[in-house]
Design a binder for this molecule. Structure first.
Ligand code: BES
Ligand code: MN
Ligand code: MN
Length: 458
């Protein structure tokens, strides 16, 4: 019988063509205009799971976008791997900065350009094709459940409820997720930590209506200027966050842990060149790898108000707005940080304005173990396909559901991602290397194999 790896090689072209079909569906979860397309992407995933040989495949409705579930239980005594991923994607704007339309995938220089190609449709589809490969070559070594959601990019709040309600049928041994990056194609790595998130929207109101900026200017608080002042004060000259209590629960790493983290291959010059910046900026006393991996931050994601149309309009606006995210590290709590922020932001507001803070979604930070069977299996699988042992790294992004899986199911995750930080996820011209896509499809069956072998040997 053909080996799984041979099957994968033979079917490369079809695997790419099928992913391209999935990428044509604009499954933007944040925008209700695309709800039907999000549902269409769920149907696509369902059909492909069924075709690959999964049982009990269903589209589970939620208050928001549906979850696709499927399983293959070959023997209840064998280990069970739960594969998680998301088929929803980020909005595409500014769409004029794309070199080709975001939902008309193009293959160029060995990369597939489309929204969702890397985050996370491409990485989800690797799992479906790896599963198909194992089924077709009769080499699936253990049980598997798939849980592919459509709301990761908007906070996964309905998946949390669904996981609680379906905990009894989610029996498994580990959660396997491909939704992160490796350091480089010749430097494999596995994320062993993700930052948490607290996300708020603020509204600052000055006068009760927009005013003539000449008639009133200089005598009435301008909410945009007040908001800017307030935001600027959130960090001091060392880029230390000034919100009282913000750092109280931050776990400081030991000197040796920091030394190890800083041994991660990283070129500051390449980093700056890639971003076309002359200098980096961040918290004094920490390296770039530490600033994104083990330190929390406050970032302004958007700010608006007043007149931004063509030409000029002399106006002293009534309101100003901003969207602000805080990335968190162990053991900060998203709810607690949101509360600290809210109290602080209201407190620093001058009497000339009113402030409203609306919390959006959040998520808890996580660290995943490196001494587990799952991590060792992932490491061994990647070592075999890349020819190099993967380096444990800390990811700066967030996948809020990871902490929830731990809390609700008692299960740890393995973050075996195959993207690159330069794949432009969430940005125009997102792409995913065919090298990375195929590497993922080749590595996943090896993870299944080693995880099963190592579990039975324990
Ligand atoms: N896949 C990313 C998270 C990620 C990317 C982690 C790269 C590590 C490395 C995920 O889809 C994502 O974008 N998450 C959001 C959080 C969500 C609540 C909107 C994020 O990190 O901003
Ligand atoms: Mn993702
Ligand atoms: Mn994302």
């Amino acid at each position: 019988m053909e080996t799984t790896q041979d099957f994968i090689k033979t079917n490369e072209k079809r695997f790419i063509d099928e992913l391209i079909d999935l990428l044509k569906i604009p499954s933007i979860s944040a925008d209700s205009k695309y709800s039907k397309d999000v549902a269409r992407a769920a149907e696509f995933i369902k059909a492909k799971l069924e075709a690959a040989g999964a049982d009990k495949v269903e589209i589970s409705p939620t208050k928001g976008h549906p979850i696709v579930y499927g399983e293959k239980i070959i023997d209840p005594k064998l280990p069970t791997i739960i594969v998680y991923g998301h088929y929803d994607v980020q909005p595409v704007d500014p769409v004029n900065l794309w070199d080709s339309p975001p939902f008309e995938p193009v293959v160029k220089d060995g990369k597939i350009y489309a929204r969702g190609s890397c985050d996370d449709k491409g990485q989800v589809y690797m799992h479906i094709k790896a599963f198909e490969g194992m089924m077709k070559t009769k080499s699936l070594p253990c049980n598997v459940r798939f849980m592919i959601e459509g709301e990761e990019e908007v906070g996964s709040s309905n998946l949390g409820t669904w996981v609680k309600e379906n905990a009894s049928r989610l029996k498994g041994d580990v959660i396997l997720i491909s939704d992160t990056s490796i350091i480089a194609n010749d430097t494999p790595s596995i994320d062993v930590g993700l930052r948490g998130l607290s996300y708020v929207e603020v509204e600052v109101t000055g006068p009760n209506r927009d005013l003539h900026s000449g008639v009133y200017g200089g005598a009435v608080a301008n909410p945009i200027q007040v908001l800017c002042r307030m935001i600027t004060s959130l960090k001091d000259k060392d880029n230390h966050i000034t919100i009282p209590g913000f750092y109280d629960d931050v776990v400081e790493l030991s000197k040796s842990e920091r030394e190890e983290l800083n041994r991660t291959p990283f070129s500051l010059d390449d980093y700056k060149k890639d971003l076309a910046i002359d200098e980096v900026e961040g918290e004094t006393g920490f390296t770039t790898v530490e600033r994104t991996g083990i330190r929390p931050t406050v970032e302004l994601n958007g700010i608006w108000g007043g007149y931004t149309g063509e030409g000029s309009k002399t106006v002293l606006p009534s309101k100003a707005y901003a969207k602000i995210s805080m990335r968190l590290v162990p053991n900060q709590s998203s709810d607690k940080i949101t509360e600290l922020f809210t109290n602080h932001f209201k407190k620093i507001a001058p009497a000339s304005v009113k402030v409203k803070v609306t919390p959006h979604h959040g998520g808890e930070p996580v660290v995943t173990p490196t001494d587990s069977i799952a991590f060792k299996a992932a490491s061994k699988a990647m070592e075999e396909t890349f020819g190099k042992k993967p380096i444990p790294t800390r990811g700066g992004g967030s996948i809020p559901i990871v902490a929830l899986f731990e809390k609700e199911l008692g299960l740890k995750s393995v973050l075996m991602g195959f993207g690159l930080d330069s794949d432009l996820i969430h940005s125009p011209n997102e792409h995913y290397g065919i090298f990375n896509y195929m590497k993922g499809i080749q590595t996943i069956p090896l993870f299944f194999k080693y995880f099963t072998e190592m579990s039975s040997a324990k």
